[in-house]
Design a protein around this ligand. Structure first.
Ligand SMILES: CC(C)[C@H](C(=O)O)[C@@H](O)C(=O)O
Ligand code: SF4
Length: 472
């Protein structure tokens, strides 16, 4: 009998073109997504070498990082570096014949939102992008990971990538997630447990009842943040939820091709008895809404928690690191997380800007008002998400409550466009990174779920969303 294989092993094996003597594989890449930040030098490399793009039909480009999320985006970009990156991408796609989704196209959005949405990312694929959160697409049951700019050039030129195999890790989340908790809370709780280095060298497959119960948006949130645990990629085996999601999407196979594809996708889940180099198990029932207190996603606690005391930490380096975090975040040991005043609430980013996330925020916002002095932004992940939300009237609920309703882009996830925190501002943010200055120089980020961010906007402070959901 054939050796039992994991989901990762199966996709890997199906894409190895050749294995070099040192174990490095030449891996065939099915789909290559590109954006304006990490592609300019790659295209320039091709130009200098006189090469073409090997498979323009397997490549697609979009702008997302550097653009404004208000009407000013249709004019000239103020920041010279941002402007140059966007203009360069537009020149490159024209010269190299790469399909491009411009700002004026309703399908424009964050690369990791539009991939699954348009059916560009499919189960069983190898998919890459010059962006760390490419792990998001692993939710489809694909092997998806971020690559560097020189690798972007390699994929553009050859449609292959040189890769050493990763190790297999499985995280099983048993049981049922309590009310008020989401995929974001699962993944933050996982990173809190295994640490920002917990997945290093591994591809993480998520399994268990609580994972199976997640919709595709939740699985995307989970796989998105897998990279923050140091892993190479995150994956969820495709199942009926996946097949139903894929069906009818513009770039997905249709009719008989779809049926044939589903037949193959059904063979992908990990075989009984397959070997994992590392296994972690946790119980969903023990998860509460999470909030980060420090400057990495591992520095996380349930909202019911209090800021930890560095003085109680034995390890000197950790103690110093923790003290530095508290100083940057302007927090005191023993302080309650609940009740911490915020200046900004940001609902968006490739972690949490899908329609399900916006519905969750609107459910909290409905009939309530954003607290005085708080700036609250909702930034849909794509033009199509925005339209869907508007068709459902969610924009009206949010605007009525005092939230800003923006155009699609990375926005306040990172300080590369006009949406930024100002020094000293504190945010409740649905994004995935909270290092110093991530949302703008001197900004202080607390990572939370969309419902938690909306609740913080309403109260002007971090609160336990479960209280609002009970109507308290
Ligand atoms: C700009 C890009 C290279 C970067 C990444 O790779 O993740 C960005 O998307 C981020 O989230 O920091
Ligand atoms: S939304 Fe944030 S994490 Fe996602 S690609 Fe954009 S900058 Fe990176």
């Amino acid at each position: 009998m054939a050796k039992p294989r994991t989901l990762f092993d199966k996709i890997w094996d199906a894409h190895v073109v050749e294995t070099l003597p040192d174990g490095t594989a030449v891996l065939y890449i099915d789909k290559h997504l590109t954006h304006e930040v990490t592609s300019p030098q790659a295209f320039e490399g091709l130009r200098l070498a006189g090469r073409r793009v090997r498979r323009p039909d397997a490549t697609i480009a979009v702008v997302d990082h550097n653009i404004a999320t208000d009407a000013s985006r249709y004019g000239r970009i103020e920041d010279p570096e941002s402007r140059q990156q966007v203009e360069t991408l537009e020149r490159n796609v024209a010269e190299f014949g790469v399909p491009y989704i411009p700002l004026t196209d309703i399908r424009q959005g964050i690369v990791h939102v539009i991939g699954p949405e348009l059916g560009l990312s499919l189960p069983g694929m190898t998919l890459v992008c010059g962006d760390s959160h490419t792990s998001t697409h692993g939710a489809m049951g694909a092997l998806a990971f971020g690559i560097g700019t020189s690798e972007v050039e390699h994929v553009l030129a050859t449609q292959t990538l040189l890769q050493k195999p990763a190790k297999n890790m499985r995280i099983t989340v048993d049981g049922t997630l309590p009310a008020g908790c989401t995929a974001k809370d699962i993944v933050l709780a996982i990173i809190g447990r295994i640490g920002t280095g917990g997945g290093t060298g591994h591809v993480i497959e998520y399994a268990g009842e609580a994972i199976r119960a997640l919709d595709m948006a939740g699985r995307m949130t989970l796989c998105n943040m897998t990279i923050e645990a140091g892993a190479r990629a995150g994956m969820v085996a495709p199942d009926q939820t996946t097949f139903d999601y894929v069906k009818g999407r513009p770039f997905a196979p249709k009719g008989e091709a779809y049926e044939r594809a589903v037949g193959w996708w059904k063979t992908l889940p990990t075989d009984e008895g397959a070997h994992f180099d590392k296994e972690v198990r946790l119980d969903a029932a023990g998860i509460a809404p999470q909030v980060t207190w420090g400057t990495n996603p591992e520095a996380v606690l349930p909202i019911t928690g209090t800021v930890p005391d560095p003085a109680l930490v034995a390890d000197e380096d950790r103690r110093a690191q923790m003290a530095r975090m508290l100083q940057y975040m302007d927090l005191q040991p023993g302080q309650k997380l609940e009740g911490l005043k915020i200046d900004v609430a940001f609902i968006g980013s490739c972690t949490n800007s899908r329609i399900e996330d916006i519905r969750a925020a609107a459910a909290i916002a409905r009939g309530r008002k954003v607290a005085d002095g708080v700036r609250a932004l909702v930034v849909p992940g794509s033009g199509l998400v925005k339209k869907q939300a508007e068709d459902e009237g969610l924009d009206l609920i949010l605007k009525e409550a005092g939230f800003e309703w923006r155009e699609a882009g990375c926005s306040m996830c990172l300080g590369m466009n006009p949406d930024k925190l100002t020094p000293g501002q504190r945010s409740a943010s649905t994004s995935n990174r909270n290092f110093e200055g991530r949302q703008g120089p001197g900004g202080r980020t607390h990572l939370v779920s969309p419902a938690m961010a909306a609740a913080a906007a309403i109260h002007g402070m971090l609160v336990d969303v479960r209280k609002l959901q009970e109507g308290v």
